[in-house]
Design a protein around this ligand. Sequence first.
Ligand code: HEC
Length: 179
Amino acid sequence: MSTPEARCAQLAALATIAVATIATVSAGAETPRLGHHADTAAIAAWAREVWPDGRGLPPGGGTAAAGAPLFADQCASCHGPDGIGGTADELAGGQMPLTSDTPDKNVGTYWPYATTLFDFIRRAMPMTAPGSLRDDEVYALSAYLLWRNDIIGEHDEMNAHTLPAVVMPNRNGFIRVWP
Ligand code: HEC
């Protein structure tokens, strides 16, 4: 059995070792060497949010008619022709109401804001090459999906003014939990 004094001395020695170890690691002698520093340009490339009220939408525009061939080329392989029947999420064709036991939740039936389509497609699709679409193409694909969900007409142009003005079917289906 060690005396209380000896025990204190042991703890002090351990603390000294721990401090020395932390100092070595924080000096950068050994790091996992994963990733790289996110500089201002890298952060700016990601900080391109589009908000429900349309803030952040760029200039440009597009219609469903222009979006249809783009969808066939770049999206249908995963989402199916016309956004139905592929291996990835269905993007149109919801039949069962949200109040049913087996609701069809898709971008047309469930999403409250049309502007989310622009944000999501520009940021994340096509899944194999996110960020590769031009803004006009993203507007056209957003218009195409809205048209396939019977929300707008085939020749309605979607742009920074018209896209936020689209009233989605489930616009009022969410409860606001922050002020
Ligand atoms: C290689 C397969 C692939 C391709 C190609 C692809 N997607 Fe997707 N997409 C996915 C997958 C998988 C998801 C689900 C991802 C998730 O929820 O994070 C998804 C999700 C989506 C969603 C959100 C669906 C929801 O209900 O949450 C949209 C909108 C979308 N894709 C649009 C597009 C468009 C437009 C294109 C063409 C430019 C495209 N996708 C091309 C695989 C793909």
